[in-house]
Design a protein around this ligand. Structure first.
Ligand SMILES: [Zn+2]
Length: 122
């Protein structure tokens, strides 16, 4: 490993996964080893041995599906990261819904003001 760089290479990550198959850092499970997307999420999991969990991970960008093994501490960290991602998605959805409604209301008001909507339209 390069002592001057804290990030490990993708090749090293893959080799490490094959060698011991137990992830030790959150970026090993949250980032795709193929396309570097940081939105990898679990699609299946089962308890392995002791505190270890076998997790199937999916990348939404390149659709890679990879197995992973994590301990409970890393599962907790990954769960917190996924919760933050969910919160961000919900916030974006609310903002998009609000923007769409505002656009529709403005269009409706414009149509009313222009006399393009009549009582018989309802
Ligand atoms: Zn990917």
């Amino acid at each position: 490993m390069n002592p001057y760089n804290n990030k490990i290479s993708k090749r090293e990550q893959r080799t490490r996964r094959v060698e011991d198959n137990v992830a030790s850092r959150i970026d090993e499970v949250a980032n795709c080893v193929h396309c570097d997307c940081d939105m990898v999420y679990p699609i299946d999991w089962e308890q392995a041995e002791g505190t270890l969990w076998r997790v199937t991970l999916r990348c939404p960008n390149c659709e890679d599906v990879s197995p992973g093994v994590m301990d409970e501490e890393l599962i907790e960290k990954f769960d917190c990261l996924l919760d933050r991602g969910t919160d961000s998605l919900v916030r974006d959805l609310r903002n998009l819904t609000y923007a769409n409604m505002a656009t529709e209301i403005n269009s409706f008001v414009g149509a009313l003001d222009g006399g393009h909507i009549l009582p018989e339209d309802f």
